[in-house]
Write a protein that binds this ligand. Structure first.
Ligand code: NDP
Ligand SMILES: O=C(O)C1=N[C@H](C(=O)O)C[C@H](O)C1
Length: 273
């Protein structure tokens, strides 16, 4: 069940689900302000009509959906303001979920998922190549905790103009560098680019990707300015996240089948497996 239609990430996930031949539940949680009742991907012939359920409608519909689709796994690409309430909804009805939506209260998200004992994969980035970089930086932080002692960290993240929050991926990666001793002040060391003009002129983002891209650079400079090291990941479009998301769904399904006692996972777990 791909939630957040007709949003951009959920549409891309729906496309990958259909391309991979997995079954789709023809319902999707949507925003209260959504004027349409149905959604369909025009470019895929066998895409079913998907009924859109607003927050005010979903409680009355979900029991029947859970009954009719006993293998239901929810995927959530909605809005940072909806992360925690949507997670509580999945937890209340014991619906396993893959949470790709960023923002919200992340600690509460983790704690409520653990307490509810619901199977879930939660990650702000489902792109496996980027998750591999995150894993490597995590390991670096464990092995070399003082590697960037007193280095200055400068972060630039560019996304589509309507992105509602600071990149969740950047927030996690910054924590790894802080663990390695780097100095980072969110007010002076983070540049968020949301202007299409700057994105085109400075970053050379092709016009067709102004509505969906993620260009991140993490630059560390030594205290005496004699050394600089940078890490970069630049993504056009959203396909890599959708591919990773569907891998996470399959991963979660296997965990449920094996009745794994561990129920909460992140994308590093998916990648390692
Ligand atoms: N984990 C990952 O790999 C990735 C995560 N993301 C994250 O996914 C999220 C969505 O991104 P994106 O698809 O680009 O955003 P979009 O704005 O394109 O889509 C979000 C959709 O969710 C709808 N929505 C709003 N509130 C609710 C609600 N309460 N319940 C259900 N649906 C709701 C929106 O409706 P309306 O527009 O009417 O408000 C919209 O249709 C963001 O948090 C983003 O950071 C994005 C890419 C990769
Ligand atoms: O909104 C996006 O587009 C993205 N969101 C995620 C984030 O906040 O880090 C992942 C990626 O940057 C794309």
């Amino acid at each position: 069940m791909v939630n957040g239609l007709p949003g951009k990430m959920s549409s891309e996930v729906l496309k990958v689900v259909l391309e991979r031949g997995l079954d789709i539940v023809p319902y999707s949680l949507t925003a209260e302000s959504q004027p349409d009742l149905l959604f369909r991907l025009q470019q895929i012939n066998h895409c079913p009509n998907i009924t859109l359920l607003k927050p005010s409608q979903r409680d009355s519909e979900i029991k029947k959906i859970v009954r009719d689709y006993s293998r239901l796994i929810a995927v959530d690409y909605t809005h940072p303001d909806a992360v925690n309430s949507n997670a509580l909804f999945y937890q209340t009805y014991q619906i396993p979920f893959v949470m790709g939506t960023t923002g919200g209260d992340r600690e509460q998200l983790i704690q409520s998922t653990l307490q509810s004992n619901t199977y879930a994969v939660i990650a702000p980035n489902m792109g496996k190549q980027i998750v591999a970089l995150q894993t490597m930086l995590d390991k670096m932080a464990q092995s070399f905790p003082h590697l960037f002692q007193n280095y200055r960290l400068q972060v630039t993240e560019s996304h589509q103009q309507n992105k509602a929050d600071t990149s969740g991926t950047a927030k996690e990666i910054i924590q790894s560098f802080i663990k390695m001793g780097a100095h980072f002040d969110v007010n002076t060391n983070l540049r968020m680019i949301r202007s299409p003009k700057e994105q085109q002129e400075e970053l050379k983002i092709p016009t067709e990707y102004l509505s969906g891209h993620a260009f991140h650079t993490y630059r560390l400079t030594s205290p005496d300015n004699s050394m600089e090291i940078a890490f970069q990941h630049n993504v056009l479009g959203r396909n890599i996240y959708a591919q990773g998301t569907v891998d996470a769904v399959v991963f979660l399904w296997n965990k449920i089948q094996h009745k794994e006692p561990k129920k909460l996972y992140n994308m590093m777990d998916v990648l390692m497996e």
